[in-house]
Design a protein around this ligand. Structure first.
Ligand SMILES: [Zn+2]
Length: 473
């Protein structure tokens, strides 16, 4: 069918004198998709195990590692910041030299990307309070009946500016001292309770003072009625504290390294209404929607099945606002592969496999021969290269006389000499063109037949990558 593909606006941007289109030699090899795995170094880890670990990860088809650097109130590297605050240096203590440095350099040799995984506000476990809160009990989140022991793990209060400074110093040290690609922020929220439970509010001294100063109410006098305006105001005040902390940490990260990416992990329910309100996110996706986190890892609430139809739909909806990485578990056997296959046509940037898992057992030993027959590069690492790959992949799906194919050809010819230095106008223009195509494909004004889901997926992902460049710039 005939469609007007080129508007006046697009033709000016994409015209170029070059006749030959250069498509990457092996586009499939370049097909962008982040495949990250969480790694927690065990106490018995020895530096000489690093090469073997990196090799196993690569062989399973992963291209990125989230390496645990700060967990339950301990660092896994020899920190200068921790003793400066009076906290213990490191746990576990590996035999030999620095295990984090050893894993980083082994991962480099296998061409793996490594993010530092840091557990922000959660500084203990259900059983142990952790060294930080033993030393600084006034930093803790305090609920009304929260210290039923074992109910929830101990959390730092995100409204406390001393907490901000400590986390900022620690994460700055990590990015400045090691060559990580960026930070993966976990537990940037209030303690998670069962989703049907009413949110309680932190009543630590710093919250009491700040709420009195900014809202003019005393926390303990606010009624339980969820529709009471004071209660609503307190919920949104609380959300602002978390967002403020996120902004602050991103700023510190940007000062520590040249181009650090900041990923944040957010709990997500499987319906609009089941947001993890108790954790302080207004709804699971508000950070992604507001683009405070260009890269969002979504973790299903404990009650949500990660292979379920409704959760996968939620993930796809979130991919309209950010580069999305669903967090999947590798247990029980088999379900991981099924979930990855169900996500094939969703516009996600990749996936994250979380702990615990066994690299030498199914399903991880089956991935490389199954859904991951083709090796890939990271989506977010070189976003413009990934956009070009997505466009040329899409061209290959379309018939030679397809007008969208002709448009994509024009685009690639025009930007090919530019490498990764596209102008802002070109990025914006392509974004708008792709959005226009998506709308027309989705309501079948452009008929694509069987190629439609894959074309839509590629265009949506390409648009999010163009936005990432915008945010990074
Ligand atoms: Zn507090």
């Amino acid at each position: 069918m005939g469609i007007a593909v080129e508007s006046e606006k697009t033709s000016g941007v994409w015209r170029s004198g070059k006749a030959e289109l250069v498509v990457p030699d092996r586009p499939r090899r370049l097909f962008p998709q982040t495949r990250a795995i969480e790694i927690r170094l065990p106490a018995a880890f020895e530096v000489r195990d690093a090469a073997r670990l990196a090799w196993q990860i690569k062989r399973a088809g992963f291209n990125a590692i989230l390496l645990n650097c700060f967990s339950q109130g301990f660092t896994t590297f020899p920190s200068r910041t921790m003793p400066a605050y009076g906290f213990p240096v490191q746990a576990p203590r590996p035999r030999g030299s620095d295990a984090v440095a050893a894993v980083l350099s082994a991962a480099r040799r296998e061409e793996l990307t490594v993010y530092a995984l840091v557990e922000g506000l959660c500084v203990g476990s259900e059983r142990r309070r952790g060294p930080i809160l033993r030393r600084r009990p006034e930093w803790a989140v305090r609920g009304r009946d929260r210290f039923r022991r074992g109910a929830v793990p101990p959390f730092l209060c995100p409204a406390n500016r001393e907490v901000w400074r400590f986390l900022g110093d620690l994460f700055y040290e990590i990015l400045e001292g090691y060559s990580f690609q960026g930070l993966y922020l976990r537990h940037l929220h209030f303690p998670l309770e069962a989703p049907d439970q009413r949110a309680d509010f932190c009543r630590c001294d710093s919250c009491r003072r700040a709420v009195w100063l900014s809202l003019g109410v005393r926390i303990h006098e606010i009624p339980d009625d969820p529709d009471h305006p004071d209660r609503y105001n307190l919920t949104s005040w609380r959300g602002k504290q978390l967002t403020g902390l996120l902004h602050y940490l991103r700023l510190r990260a940007a000062k520590a390294a040249a181009r650090p990416l900041t990923l944040a992990e957010v709990w997500l329910g499987d319906t609009e209404n089941l947001g993890p309100e108790a954790t302080g996110f207004a709804d699971g996706g508000s950070w992604a929607q507001e683009r405070w986190i260009p890269l969002a890892a979504f973790r299903p609430l404990p009650t949500v099945p990660e292979a379920g139809e409704s959760w996968i739909k939620r993930i796809a909806a979130m991919a309209q606002c950010a580069l999305v990485l669903p967090v999947l578990s590798a247990l029980p056997e088999g379900r991981l592969i099924e979930t990855i296959e169900r996500l094939t046509y969703e516009p996600i940037a990749g996936i994250i496999v979380r702990e615990p898992h066994d690299l030498t057992a199914p399903p991880l030993t089956l991935l490389a021969g199954g859904p991951w027959r083709e090796p890939t590069q990271l989506t977010e690492d070189r976003p413009i290269v990934s956009v070009c790959t997505l466009l040329s992949e899409t061209m290959r799906m379309l018939s030679p006389d397809d007008p969208i194919r002709a448009f994509l050809g024009d685009v690639l010819r025009a930007v090919e000499p530019l490498g990764e230095r596209w102008s802002a106008t070109q990025r914006e223009s392509l974004h708008d063109n792709l959005l226009g195509f998506e709308e027309r494909i989705a309501d079948e004004r452009i008929v694509m037949g069987k190629a439609a889901p894959a074309v839509l997926r590629n265009f949506r992902l390409a648009r999010q990558l163009l936005r990432l460049v915008e945010i990074e710039a």
